[in-house]
Design a protein around this ligand. Sequence first.
Ligand SMILES: [Cu+2]
Length: 243
Amino acid sequence: MKQQMWTFGGSAPGPTLHGKVGDVFEVTLFNDDPSMGHGIDFHAGSLAPDGPMRTIQPGERLVYRFRAAKAGAWLYHCSTAPMLQHMGNGMYGAVVIDPPGLKKVDHEYVLVSSELYLGTPGSAAQVAKMRQERPDAWVFNGIAAQYAKAPLTLKAGERARFWVVASGPSDGIAFHIVGTFFDTVYREGAYPLKPGDSGGSQVLDLAPAQGGFGEATWRSPPSSARSASSCWPPPCPPPDPWP
Ligand SMILES: [Cu+2]
């Protein structure tokens, strides 16, 4: 199926920007939409809403420069009114600023969650669904069920970091994984859970516009990948001590 979107750079979400604290990002915004104004609001920056974050008209260009003063999983989005429509039609994305000392992992993913509203962008029928919070789908990285069709894969024992940004526009997310737990959670600029803590975490909960990451390893492969000597079906040997 085809759906017309309003985008940053041709994709919804727009490109993910990834850096570290202190990095300077320079973004050129060119509005090639002949029909309306657009703008860009980087939550990772601290610039005036009526300055660099202002709406620019069709054909206009704006160079936007910000220094990443703080680590986090940040949202960026079009800030032109009505924002619900601009974000709900695809004008959102993620800026990932690594906290200092972040360790390398085997796999790192950025999952931007959002609602998807089908129909002609800005039409009465589509806008009604946005206002009533009746999306046609809730999606990661813009496409419904894409990771059911093409799963993110890793091997037992490998460590994965899932950056998640809840771009809404209306709904947050309870990001839950199955078959293991997060041993590290970073959420809205701080670590509620660190390796070495006695607890574990089952859900990374994010309100709309919040972001963070969870880290996990899966100790046991799915049953479809198990060898005959693995512990299913029973009788199983005693479980290995964790970790
Ligand atoms: Cu816009």
